[in-house]
Design a binder for this molecule. Structure first.
Ligand SMILES: Cc1cc2nc3c(=O)[nH]c(=O)nc-3n(C[C@H](O)[C@H](O)[C@H](O)COP(=O)(O)OP(=O)(O)OC[C@H]3O[C@@H](n4cnc5c(N)ncnc54)[C@H](O)[C@@H]3O)c2cc1C
Length: 283
């Protein structure tokens, strides 16, 4: 493994300065559960890693009707902190099935999104919650809807110097129900497919529906055509059967080392309909 420098700045400005000094040969590291695997494999050979752990602005959360939380929030906090598990159960359900407890205790939400894996478990629930990311770089701050952040496997709209500082979830209606489901080869494995659902039900009618899936397209994907079939409707078993078929048409899975395109297509339809049933009960 090639030797690299390691820096732990205390402020965003110092982090930007370090990245500028290495002229594209440095990389941010949060929990390191993705970055260090790639460095050890030789898939990346940075001159330096710039740790985000010492930067206080990237930690904690504020309620503002919705919530704004720091990108260094641990996956384990999303899983266990009652603020998240009561307020955003689908996000907690997703966090609870990321890798192992050891990894969840160091891995961060910023890393889960920044890595831009199509299978990232926290992406679908945050897409259904219509989360926005705040990106800060030497030139200033900008806010990007999570849906526009992902551009392909491992690719995002983030400039290499920009840091994801905060994730913001807008306020939710009181009647919101949500659920997350994942299939993997074994527990704690990368998803073969995953799905998140957010529903607002009123007098038995679906007033709002947000659906998102992972590992079935080059990016974590909102299913807008399927959402449109549900909104304004009473959700019954006939409709759910049609929903399963529509999901199969809307996704773009591939065959890879984990499973086949056909498996992903059929199973995603099944887990989306199961998650809708579960979100409906909770709304
Ligand atoms: C054995 C194993 C099992 C795994 N299982 C799962 C799983 O089941 N589900 C799942 O979703 N993932 C899984 N992963 C992937 C990984 O653990 C998660 O994606 C994790 O959340 C990454 O967070 P991190 O803080 O460790 O990121 P890091 O490795 O530190 O960073 C990942 C990427 O994001 C960038 N980055 C990190 N933070 C920021 C920031 N604030 N601003 C800008 N860029 C940033 C880094 O530069 C890097 O490119 C697994 C990994 C391993 C090794």
């Amino acid at each position: 493994m090639k030797k690299f420098d390691y820096h732990r700045p205390q402020t965003l400005k110092d982090a930007f300065r370090l990245m500028e000094k290495y002229k594209g040969r440095a990389c941010y590291i949060a929990g390191g559960t993705d970055v260090l695997v790639r460095v050890k494999k030789g898939a990346m050979e940075p001159d330096a890693l710039v740790s985000l752990r010492g930067i206080n602005e990237l930690k904690g959360y504020e309620r503002n009707g919705g919530v704004s939380f720091g990108s260094m929030t641990l996956i384990g906090e999303l899983e266990k902190d009652p603020f998240f598990s009561r307020g955003f159960p689908a996000l907690s359900q997703a966090a609870a099935v990321v890798a192992s407890p050891q990894i969840r205790n160091v891995a961060t939400i910023g890393g889960n999104l920044g890595n831009a894996a199509p299978s990232a478990d926290c992406a679908p629930p945050l897409l259904t919650l219509e989360a926005e990311l705040t990106l800060e770089g030497p030139g200033g701050k900008r806010v990007v809807p999570l849906e526009q952040f992902f551009q392909g496997p491992g690719r995002t709209c983030r400039d290499p110097l920009e840091i994801i500082t905060r994730i913001t979830i807008p306020p939710l209606s009181e009647k919101t129900g949500m659920a997350f489901l994942k299939t993997g080869r074994v527990n704690q494995d990368i998803a073969l497919t995953n799905a998140a659902v957010l529903l607002v039900m009123d007098k038995g009618v679906c007033r709002k529906c947000r659906l998102a899936v992972g590992a079935v397209a080059p990016v974590p994907l909102r299913l807008k055509e399927t959402e449109a079939l549900l909104e304004g409707q009473t959700i019954d078993e006939d409709l759910l059967a049609r929903i399963g078929e529509k999901v199969e048409q809307e996704i773009r899975p591939i065959t890879d080392v984990r499973t086949s395109e056909e498996y992903r297509r059929v199973v995603t339809g099944v887990i989306v309909t199961r998650a809708i049933r579960s979100a409906k009960v909770n709304s």
